[in-house]
Design a protein around this ligand. Structure first.
Ligand code: MTE
Ligand code: MO
Length: 420
């Protein structure tokens, strides 16, 4: 399995208390969760208008009550951590909250010793240093990155109702990636006309390697050394990673040290024993590069509770590795009827799109779902469609519709399997 089952850690409902409607929610939610920390809401000791505030500093920090955290998996040492999707708004993931997936830990690579070798079926095999890479004209790309094992816990019928969006789908993050187009480097080394594949290899202990069609390398692939305006984080592949917009996380080789141009896939471990999709007819699909359209409601979701009936904004994320999201529909009755949600600008190709939908909760039990459509016309499937199309033991690309139950008490739980 690529990623562990959703970790079992419980989050406090404190995030809720410190965001919208927190004051209203405090009373109700507090009755059920006695460990709730109200410090963030306490009146400051001194009126801030009566004394000067603290001076500027070299490095900013989050407000004391704001503590979004990645959630590492339960195994020690863990090989992944998840982004707190339900505690974020907008589309960008702060870099320190970007999910992680390491097959051999985070290596320490010094920028001055860093080298990227591009060789194989090329006229001029070349070693690029980091300053070589930085000297080429750069491009920036706002795009999501998602592990193809994301959400694999939901392929079972009965994932825990007490699962947060972070636990379910937190192997998803969005950044502004900055770097040199791989096509620039490939032109620089002179790719031979009969070449058709690349091998990308990482410089970590996993020596993770994947075969990539040359066409993707010439299209929108980046060798990314920048993330949200600063250097790519060590956890994300410092000094430089391969970034393949819209393609499964695993192909986005971190700590990139070598690209070998060839005329066939190399059949590495990560594309034979792993990252293949069993199909219903008993065969398997070897390469599933593009991430299909998917969405998840991040509010209301577990661990939140709606303190009151009335108007609520249903919020979530939708994304597709094949282009722009064109439509997100929301259902409050378990899929019997659907309404179009509003897509928040910007709506970018191969990027998360924020959707919002005003919903009037009448106080009765409701089943909330979201369903994304992308510009190819592809519609996010229901669970039985997806599982029916796959063979036994499927564990990747679980992009079916997610369902949340809002109970009469206002408590929200993950409801997959509750709808027959
Ligand atoms: N060299 C190397 N590259 C790697 C990995 C790795 O372990 N080593 N993990 C892959 C997997 S499975 C995923 S999902 C993404 C995760 O990227 P992130 O940790 O920046 O979120 O990186 C991919 N690239
Ligand atoms: Mo992954």
């Amino acid at each position: 399995m690529d990623s562990a089952d959703p970790p079992r850690g419980r989050l406090s409902r404190r995030a809720w208390l410190t965001t919208t409607s927190g004051v209203v929610a405090a009373g109700l939610v507090g009755t059920r969760f006695d460990a709730v920390d109200l410090s963030a809401r306490q009146v400051p000791a001194q009126d801030p208008r009566s004394i000067p505030g603290r001076p500027p500093s070299e490095l900013g920090s989050r407000a004391p009550g704001e503590r979004p955290r990645r959630l590492p998996g339960p195994q020690v040492p863990s090989s992944s951590s998840r982004s707190p999707l339900h505690e974020l708004d907008g589309i960008i993931t702060p870099a320190d909250l970007h999910f992680e997936r390491h097959h051999g830990g985070v290596p320490e690579i010094r920028p001055d010793g860093y080298e990227l070798l591009v060789h194989g079926m090329v006229d001029r095999p070349t070693v690029f240093t980091l300053s070589d890479l930085r000297r080429f004209p750069a491009v920036s790309r706002l795009a999501f990155l998602e592990c193809s094992g994301n959400g694999n816990g939901t392929l079972r019928r009965d994932p825990s109702p007490e699962s947060t969006p972070q636990e379910i789908d937190g192997l998803l993050s969005t950044s502004e990636w900055l770097g040199v187009p791989l096509s620039t480097l490939l032109r620089e080394v002179g790719v031979r006309p009969t070449a058709s594949w690349l091998l990308a290899e990482g410089g970590d202990a996993a020596l993770l390697a994947r075969s990539i069609p040359l066409a993707k390398g010439m299209d929108d692939a980046l060798v990314a050394y920048g993330q949200n305006g600063e250097a790519t984080r060590p956890e994300q592949g410092y000094p430089a990673r391969l970034f393949l917009p819209g393609w499964e996380g695993n192909t986005n080789v971190k700590w990139l040290r070598r690209i070998e141009v060839s005329d066939r896939p190399t059949m590495t471990r990560e594309e034979t024993s792993r990252y293949t999709d069993p199909l219903a007819d008993g065969t398997a699909r070897q390469f599933s590069f593009a991430m299909d359209a998917k969405s998840i409601i991040t509010f209301p979701s577990f661990p939140y509770a709606l303190p009151d009936r009335g108007w609520w904004e249903v919020r979530g994320l939708a994304w597709s590795g094949r282009g722009r999201i064109t439509r997100v529909e929301v259902s409050a009755d378990g899929g019997r009827s659907w309404a179009d949600a509003r897509l928040q600008d910007p709506v970018l190709p191969k990027c998360t799109t924020r959707f919002r939908h005003l919903w009037r909760w009448n106080g009765s039990q409701a089943f909330l779902m979201s369903r994304a459509t992308d510009e190819t016309g592809y519609v996010q499937p229901m669970w039985d469609m997806l599982v029916g199309a796959r063979g036994a033991g499927t564990s990747y690309h679980a992009n079916h519709v997610r369902t949340w139950k809002v109970a009469r008490t206002g408590e929200v739980t993950f409801a997959q399997g509750e709808l027959a």
